[in-house]
Design a binder for this molecule. Structure first.
Ligand code: HEM
Length: 421
């Protein structure tokens, strides 16, 4: 079953329960609540999910600790840039439980060292190669099939869901026949379907697969991502020594790429399509492709796929006048920061003509998303292919009207479309 159909209200009880945890089908418009909270100050005690009466994934981690959350640009910016007070060790009890220790969970020197090792593989320039080699051929192959089928299509399930996982799988050097299985495992692993046990099993199967790929690349170099990670030798920014990544380090990073890079980009693509279709601006962008970068950034500000980042408080501190004791948890609401009316006029509106300024959707500070050039490239290349190949693209008026839903993650319920053949 596709993830989008699981979001539909009326799916089976287990699916509804799972989707409820990320707020899908439960919270459709969290922004008025953020506005209300901000009125009485940007920092409040309690997790973000608790405000909406659900037990979201971010409230389950470190649940024995006092939880706080911040809801405006200034405090979110302050929390994410001050890693000495607000530590990413928070991830130990969330993502770390499924993938083990990886750089998203590290701080300071250790984090800088790991990040410096992988960052050169994700530059804008590298992504041009990925685009030509993996993304464009795959997107056109999927579109060939959709155009030929001559029936209504849910682009969210049939295109958006496939692009990011297929891209990551290709960059790992997965054989084409292994990609569909990889996709299945990634969806389970990233928590879109299945029980915690299913997730652990999927995580282990991915680890076994990647371990075999790493072994092969060590004996026979290759220019895919795993091959490059095996070869890279880089100077440590702090002590000047040279390192190669160990198998364990490559594995930890590769496994982090799936939850960090697949679910987020998949939802982002769906949100981008939804925003342009719903506001009747597809043709405007089709005719003036220079608007596409702006559309992507405005979508990310308006409906960020991932809406918060957690941190563990390392010392007694004060944030916007609220005392926060050492050992507490602080949730930085990226979504509320992106809708702070002191920074953006009419923040709840998707406005292609808005003057551009940085948003928080890829995070802020030392953990700024390593994959942001990859995500932007995937969304742009996919959207360009859609605009080239699907004339007259519009929402299917015969299908159930889609909407955006979710709290921890934001996503469209579906993107049902028709186009001129
Ligand atoms: C639209 C798509 C994406 C969104 C909205 C997004 C969002 C984010 C955010 C908010 C963070 C910071 C988390 C924090 O500070 O706690 C982050 C970090 C990260 N993202 Fe992304 N991401 C996206 C795509 C990707 C892709 C495609 C990759 C693939 C490589 C990726 C890999 C990572 C990694 C490895 C980190 C950790 C960086 C570090 O610890 O220094 N992301 N992302």
């Amino acid at each position: 079953m596709s993830e989008s159909s699981q979001i539909e209200i009326g799916a089976n009880a287990a699916d509804i329960a799972r989707n409820r945890t990320v707020g899908a089908g439960v919270v459709d418009d969290p922004y008025p609540t953020y506005d209300e909270l901000r009125k009485s100050g940007p920092v409040h005690e309690g997790s973000i999910s608790a405000v909406f009466g659900i037990e979201g994934p971010e409230s389950v981690a470190w649940s024995d600790r006092r939880q706080f959350a911040c809801y405006d640009w200034e405090t979110v910016d302050q929390v994410l840039r001050d890693a000495e007070t607000f530590s990413s060790e928070w991830y130990q009890q969330s993502l770390g439980m499924a993938i083990g220790r990886s750089m998203i969970q590290m701080d300071g020197l250790e984090h800088r060292r790991y990040r410096a090792l992988v960052q050169p593989s994700f530059t804008r320039r590298e992504m041009e190669t990925w685009q030509k080699r993996w993304v464009e051929p795959m997107v056109h192959e999927i579109l060939d099939d959709l155009v030929e089928r001559n029936d209504p299509v849910d682009l969210y399930a049939e295109l958006c869901a496939k692009v990011p996982v297929f891209t990551i799988a290709s960059s790992f050097g997965a054989a084409p026949e292994d990609v569909p299985r990889f996709h299945e495992l990634a969806v389970t692993f990233a928590g879109a379907s299945g029980t915690p046990q299913d997730r652990l099993r999927a995580s282990q199967e991915i680890a076994d697969y990647l371990t075999r790929v790493i072994e092969q690349r060590r004996s026979q170099p290759s220019d895919d991502l795993i091959g490059l990670l095996c070869e890279i030798e880089i100077e440590d920014p702090d002590d000047g020594t040279h390192h190669r990544l160990t198998d364990g380090e490559i594995l930890a990073f590769a496994r982090l790429m799936l939850p960090a890079g697949a679910g987020t980009t998949y939802r982002g693509l769906g949100l981008l399509l939804f925003a342009l279709l719903e506001t009747d601006q597809v043709d405007r962008v089709r005719e003036d492709r220079s608007l596409l970068d702006r559309a992507i950034e405005e979508m990310l500000r308006w409906e960020q796929p991932l809406t918060s980042a957690g941190r563990l408080v390392m010392r007694d501190t004060e944030l916007a006048g609220v005392s926060i004791p050492e050992g507490s948890v602080m949730h930085a609401s990226l979504a509320a920061a992106n809708h702070d009316p002191t920074r953006w006029e009419n923040p709840h509106r998707f406005d292609l003509d808005r003057p551009s300024q940085p948003h928080s959707s890829f995070g802020l500070g030392p953990h700024l998303c390593v994959g942001m050039h990859l995500a932007r490239m995937e969304m742009k290349a996919t959207m360009n292919a859609i605009l080239d190949r699907l004339p007259g693209l519009r929402l299917d008026s015969q299908a159930r009207k889609p909407w955006i839903t979710g709290l921890t993650f934001r996503m469209p319920t579906a993107v049902p479309v028709v186009f001129d053949r």
